[in-house]
Write a protein that binds this ligand. Structure first.
Ligand code: ADP
Length: 325
């Protein structure tokens, strides 16, 4: 498809360039012929002898000059055709590459999302089919089955919520209202949301919070802080500590989330903000739930708030995520 579009675009560029070039050539030719005719007439007028144009220009030479002009203009047009064809093909490739990349990304995204949705659906279907074939299914088995089904439905709900959120923050400014926001308040509200999760793993969240007012959207920044705190808890073992800081560096406000969890390998670091990317799947998948969408959402939120997220991490030592707004 890319190749077809590239050739079409090249032909389009070429058609425009050749139209201009041929129009110019026609004008030049017309002008030159008119000039030659004028010279011819002038010479006839000056020497009305049976041997005209001697020692003026011979009529053969005038004819030959016309032929030469046609030849030169055709050659120039051929060269323009060749050069602009090559340049047009190259430019068409450059113009179309980002679009083709976007389409590839979109395809990958749809295929990843469908795959993630298909897994729990298959699991629910298989469990129900097995249960239906079981003649000795009792109430307790049925309840167990329903519980397992509910767990899978919850996973799907979480995934669709993430997809909707990604879509919301992906498009334009996500209809966000911006105002003065204190990052200290943002983090305090986010900590409240993840408190239960942290308590369940006996993880202590140490706060070192200073007032830091920025221009942003509070709701989305709280969501960003929740994602980073949620990950810090998820990728830390029982009893570890998370340290959260807020403050100002020159004019920028910052939030920092430091954990001493499993950390991230150097080769995974450039990819963790990609959609559906989960570092070292053997370490994560099946052990910690998630779809690899949290950091993509966090990254979009940071950008919408004119900010950026930086990460430093060492395997087994822990990670530090810093958000600057
Ligand atoms: P997930 O739902 O898998 O947590 P994210 O997009 O939030 O998706 O994170 C992408 C990947 O980055 C995770 O799968 C994990 O491997 C890695 N990661 C993110 N935060 C941390 C962290 N605090 N400690 C270790 N690894 C992390």
């Amino acid at each position: 498809m890319f190749q077809k579009a590239r050739i079409k675009l090249t032909a389009f560029y070429l058609a425009i360039i050749m139209l201009i070039s041929l129009s110019f050539s026609a004008v030049i030719y017309q002008g030159s012929v008119m000039e030659l005719n004028r010279i011819e007439q002038m010479q006839r007028f000056r020497r009305p002898s049976p041997t005209p144009m001697v020692p003026g220009i011979e009529p053969d030479i005038l004819e030959e000059t016309r032929g030469r002009i046609i030849f030169a203009l055709s050659l120039i047009n051929l060269i323009i055709l060749g050069v602009s064809g090559t340049a047009g093909y190259f430019l068409a490739g450059r113009t179309l590459r980002p679009i083709s990349q976007m389409l590839d990304d979109q395809k990958k995204f749809v295929s990843d999302a469908s795959h993630e949705l298909r897994t729990p659906l298959t699991s629910i279907k298989t469990e129900i089919e097995v249960a239906l074939r079981d003649n000795n299914l009792n109430l307790s088995d049925a309840k167990e089955l329903l519980q397992s089904n509910i767990d899978e439905v919850n996973k799907m709900q979480k995934l669709t919520n993430h997809l909707l959120e990604l879509n919301r923050f992906q498009n334009g400014n996500g209809n966000l209202n911006f105002s003065k926001v204190n990052l200290k308040t943002v983090v305090e509200k986010a900590i409240k949301e993840v408190k239960k999760l942290a308590d369940a793993k006996k993880i202590n969240i140490t706060k070192n919070l200073q007032n830091s007012t920025v221009n942003g959207n509070e709701e989305s920044l709280i969501r960003l802080a929740i994602i980073l705190l949620d990950n810090a808890i998820k990728y830390s073992s029982q009893g570890k500590e998370i340290v959260v800081k807020t403050g100002k560096i020159t004019t920028a406000g910052f939030m920092e989330f430091k954990d001493s969890g499993i950390g991230i390998k150097k080769e995974d670091l450039p990819h963790i903000f990609e959609r559906f990317y989960r570092a070292d799947t053997s370490r994560c998948k099946g052990k910690t739930d998630g779809y690899g969408l949290g950091l993509s959402i966090a990254d979009r939120i940071a950008k919408l708030n004119s900010g950026l997220i930086k990460v430093k991490s060492k395997p087994t030592k822990g990670s530090v995520f810093t958000v600057r707004i």
